[in-house]
Design a protein around this ligand. Structure first.
Ligand code: NAP
Length: 337
């Protein structure tokens, strides 16, 4: 099969298009003939740090395609089913930048007939992270679904980002009031298209004042993409018993939180890494994200605030570079292209 691999850590230039054997599914695994591979920041970051085995690492966690074989103990009825795949490359060599991957059966989720493979490949990392952020608070349920966030207000910092877009879409599906921040009028349009009720331009407006106008008692949950910069704002807009979900460190690894003010609020500041979140939270996330998809609540493309940028398999390195440079929207690799 055609696959992208790397055998040493480094820049995009370490990614090579190679021919390698189609992997066989082991016990409890399924093999998926991939259509699209989703690219996330974690994929290029892993590429710079990983120490692959001698056979090389196929990059990319997310993907979508069709089950074409099952291992021992897996119901063969799955063969032919359209699926989305999550965390294919987490501590495994079989990422999704290849014609085939093998994953434990629970990591291939039935997509149904209607949703596109592009949508399926956009789900894993961003939507599971967004689900975790929206459900880890004390005043919100651990499940998302229609009505689960009725009466709750969510602040999504960075609503034009991939995780931000997912958080907006899921929070709207759950009937929250969604406030989001962006850095430009173009990004404001994307965040509104995703479904945000209120969009605040953090370069032009006073975020604390704007959020307090919309939510005088504060917001219940904050999905925070840039804690090093935004922690002081978050602390000023969080409601009593609210939660700040911190999921990124691009602008710095240190956070300053006003202890007494947040103590008085009984606030929760919780770190999120999708790979190591508790098993139960992950399982609920997969179920709820899939329910949102089957409900027609998840969309991709410009009209959903998530423009698609599609590269052929041979240009996976360019796709990685695009994500590293902050492409706005969703970067995908067409594995068949
Ligand atoms: N912990 C986890 O499990 C997990 C999971 C997924 C992703 N991540 C990490 O999360 C980060 C974002 O991932 P992504 O795929 O969503 O990337 P992305 O699509 O590039 O989105 C990042 C967004 O953050 C916005 N942003 C940056 N600084 C901001 C600020 N001070 N206030 C508000 N918005 C701000 C950016 O826009 P502007 O700069 O124009 O504002 C951009 O829209 C990456 O570092 C990624 O590695 C972590």
């Amino acid at each position: 099969m055609r696959a992208i691999t790397y055998t040493q850590p480094g820049g995009p230039e370490v990614l090579e298009l190679v021919d390698r054997p189609v992997p066989e599914p082991g016990p409890g695994e399924v093999r998926v003939r991939l259509a699209f591979s989703g690219v996330n920041p974690t994929d290029w970051k892993s590429r710079t740090r990983a120490r692959p085995g001698p056979d090389g690492q196929v990059p990319n966690q997310d993907g979508a395609g069709t089950v074409d074989a099952v291992g021992q103990g897996v119901d063969p009825v799955l063969v032919g089913e359209r699926v989305w795949v999550w965390e294919a490359a987490w501590q495994r060599p079989h990422g999704t930048a290849a014609e085939y991957t093998v994953v434990p059966a629970r990591q291939a989720v039935l997509l149904g007939a209607a949703p596109s493979f592009e949508l399926g490949a956009a789900l894993g990392i961003p939507f599971l992270t967004a689900h975790r952020c929206l459900t880890l608070g004390e005043t919100v349920p651990d499940r998302l679904g229609p009505g689960s966030l009725t009466g709750r207000t969510v602040l999504v910092q960075g609503g034009a980002g991939a995780v931000g877009n997912a958080a907006i879409q899921l929070a709207r599906w759950a009937d929250a009031t969604v406030i989001t921040t962006v850095s430009s009028p173009q990004k404001a349009q994307l965040a509104a298209a995703a479904g945000a009720d209120h969009v605040v331009d953090y370069r032009q407006q006073d975020v604390v004042a704007e959020v307090r106008k919309i939510a005088p008692r504060g917001v219940d949950v904050i999905a925070e993409v840039n804690p090093a910069v935004n922690a002081a704002v978050d602390a000023q807009v969080l409601a009593q018993h609210g939660a700040v979900a911190l999921y990124a460190d691009d602008a710095g690894d240190e956070v300053t939180i006003p202890v007494r003010a947040q103590m008085v609020q009984n606030a929760r500041w919780q770190f999120v890494l999708v790979y190591t979140e508790p098993e139960r939270a992950k399982a609920l996330g997969v179920e709820d994200v899939n329910a949102a998809v089957l409900d027609g609540a998840v969309r991709v493309g410009g009209e959903a605030g998530l423009p698609l940028h599609v590269y052929p398999l041979a240009e996976t390195a360019v796709a990685h570079q695009a994500v590293q440079e902050g492409a706005v929207g969703k970067v995908l690799v067409d594995v068949t292209g």
